[in-house]
Ligand binder design. Structure first.
Ligand SMILES: Nc1ncnc2c1ncn2[C@@H]1O[C@H](COP(=O)(O)OP(=O)(O)O)[C@@H](O)[C@H]1O
Ligand SMILES: [Mg+2]
Length: 260
């Protein structure tokens, strides 16, 4: 293995606010973002509404509790974790008083880069392996989302080993030391897929649970939350909810394809 597990966390921060301010900018076409189901940045689009509501709730709770690092997980793949992570990040990115970082730590099925139109040679797994020294070299500011993205390269094996140890600890310590207006969203693998999500959970402030309408059972939610305890759950998102006739929310059009 090419990484050292006996290393101590570095005492100097591996990611500073000044690094984040100076990230290279990558512009992704709005049509491309929309094709990737990213609409949370565009408040003219009715489909951004649920993400704006989610943004308000998440922000209120995170500020109240002085939380900075929120993980997004589910019980099984395809529930919509990356969909929620990217749209919530995009919605938060539009607020003048919030600075958003999105990190792809679903190392085996990395997708945030491709979704946001960023195709980089190196990703977070290369930092975690010790191949890339500076985390800031991996980041890019995606516009018009206004999100500082730290993508990963897909198909990283042995990810559970990468997600414990001094390098990931240093990364999270640095994020925690950022000014209070920063919020980090961490796209994680499903809880039951492997050890990866559990490893990262030790480092976050809270997690959001994505439930897939008609697929995730009550028991799966309960088992996952028991497993994740005592990490705090900020709430759950019901994804792929389809509006039923008689629902009184008054939303229409494509809205119901996203979630409520
Ligand atoms: N509410 C939704 N409406 C439309 N497409 C969705 C929705 N939720 C997820 N998807 C799509 O389903 C696929 C799987 O979602 P994804 O977020 O990648 O799942 P996960 O990250 O949980 O494995 C993606 O192509 C995503 O764009
Ligand atoms: Mg995903």
């Amino acid at each position: 293995m090419s990484f050292e597990t006996n290393e101590q966390p570095t005492s100097s921060p591996v990611l500073l606010a000044s690094d984040l301010e100076a990230l290279p900018v990558s512009i992704t076409d709005e049509a491309e973002l929309e094709a990737q189901c990213i609409v949370g940045f565009n408040s003219r689009d009715i489909r951004s509404r649920p993400f704006n509501l989610l943004r308000t709730q998440v922000l209120r709770k995170m500020r109240e509790r002085k939380w900075k690092i929120l993980a997004i997980t589910s019980d099984a793949p395809n529930a919509g974790k990356s969909f929620v992570t990217t749209n919530l990040a995009a919605a938060l990115g539009q607020l003048a008083d919030v600075k958003v970082i999105a990190l792809d730590l679903d190392l085996r099925r990395a997708s945030l880069g491709a979704r946001m139109g960023v195709f980089a040679d190196n990703g977070l797994s290369d930092y975690l392996k010790g191949k890339v020294e500076r985390v800031s070299d991996l980041g890019v500011r995606v516009q018009p989302l206004n999100v500082a993205l730290f993508p990963s390269s897909p198909a990283s094996l042995n990810s559970a080993e990468l997600l414990v140890g001094p390098r990931i600890t240093s990364l999270f310590e640095s994020i925690r030391a950022l000014p209070d207006d920063y919020i980090a969203l961490i796209d994680l693998p499903p809880v039951f897929a492997n050890d990866d999500a559990m490893a990262v959970m030790q480092l976050v402030d809270a997690y959001m649970f994505v439930i897939e309408e008609g697929v995730t059972t009550q028991r799966q939610v309960r088992d996952a939350m028991n497993l994740l305890s005592p990490v705090e759950c900020i709430g759950a998102v019901l994804n792929r909810y389809v509006e039923q006739p008689g629902d009184s929310y008054g939303y229409s059009g494509n809205y119901e394809r996203y979630y409520t």
